[in-house]
Design a protein. Structure first.
Length: 303
């Protein structure tokens, strides 16, 4: 998807992927525009054509969104296929009306041509004004979950599909069973509160351990830091006790604190709590201004 004008069920950069085995993954928002694009992809298996189409989402398209979107079919050389994974940046060249994938970067490794530079700073020869289409890696918000119990597992499982960079901390190794978590979730059994790195101010911290004493120690630690969201799983009585204890000790609760965390009235099962917490995090994600630059780095477990 290279352009979106007005109301549409998708955004620039949305994509469908035709795999070597014939599978199609991804989505463009459904409806007539996705059906037509899927047909074009299936036709491309035998003879990859140049294909570009503008969809007016109304009338004959049987979609009444009212907006307009442009879809382009791009052939992906086999050596650039690794760029079509979450967290990769890609850069394209549009020349003579066609869009061509030139290169990109994933976890520090570059593929194809170097990243386009500003046209006034020794840009590569193939770059001219108006020819470059950039698809930067999505900003992956850091999510630290303290507690690998039933609720922590449910949140971690859903968070990965919502593009959170998720780390679960729990000293109980039996609860950090890798098979209980998506492979993209980082598991940290050996951690110490005093040695935790300082999170950036876009980080989400969720506190839901097996111990109320540990929960309170974590709340005290993170309340002094700038965070996007600090959540504590709590009943009304637990929340009141924690607030009174903080007042007695003379420290201020974080303005990012949600205790109890999550949207109210969503139920008490692990999955219901996970949905309520991630629903609240998604609301905050779409309300906050986008950061212009963010370095996505892995968090190493401290042993």
């Amino acid at each position: 998807m290279t352009a979106v004008y007005g109301s549409a069920p998708t955004k620039v950069g949305a994509q469908l992927l035709l795999h070597a085995d014939g599978r199609i993954s991804g989505n463009l928002g459904g409806g007539h525009l996705e059906h037509t694009t899927r047909e074009a992809l299936q036709s491309a298996q035998s003879a990859p054509p140049w294909w570009e189409q503008r969809f007016v989402l109304g009338g004959v398209s049987d979609q009444c969104c009212g907006g307009v979107v442009d879809v382009v079919l791009v052939e992906v050389p086999s050596d650039l296929a690794p760029l079509y994974v979450p967290g990769a940046s890609r850069w394209y060249q549009r020349r003579d009306g066609r869009l061509r994938l030139l290169g990109g970067e994933y976890v520090g490794r570059r593929f194809g041509l170097p990243q386009p530079k500003d046209k006034n700073s020794n840009s590569p020869a193939w770059i001219t004004p108006g020819e470059i289409f950039l698809s930067p890696a999505a900003q992956r918000q850091a999510l630290w979950i303290f507690g690998a119990g039933h609720v922590g597992r449910a949140i971690a499982a859903l968070a990965i599909s919502l593009d959170f960079s998720t780390v679960v901390f729990d000293r109980r190794r039996e609860w950090l069973e890798p098979g209980a978590f998506p492979s993209a979730v980082e598991l940290c059994p050996d951690w110490d509160l005093a040695r935790l790195p300082i999170p950036d101010d876009d980080t989400v911290v969720l506190i839901l351990t097996y111990s109320h004493a540990l929960d309170f120690a974590l709340l005290r630690h993170f309340s002094s830091l700038s965070l996007a969201y600090l959540g504590v799983i709590a009943s009304k009585s637990k929340a009141a006790r924690f607030r009174h204890a903080a007042q007695r000790e003379g420290w201020v609760l974080s303005p990012a604190l949600r205790m109890p965390m999550g949207l109210p009235g969503m139920g008490k099962s692990p999955v219901e709590i996970a949905v309520s917490v991630l629903g609240e995090l998604l609301q905050l994600r779409h309300q906050r201004p986008q950061r212009k630059e963010k370095l996505d780095v892995g968090l190493e477990c401290l042993g």
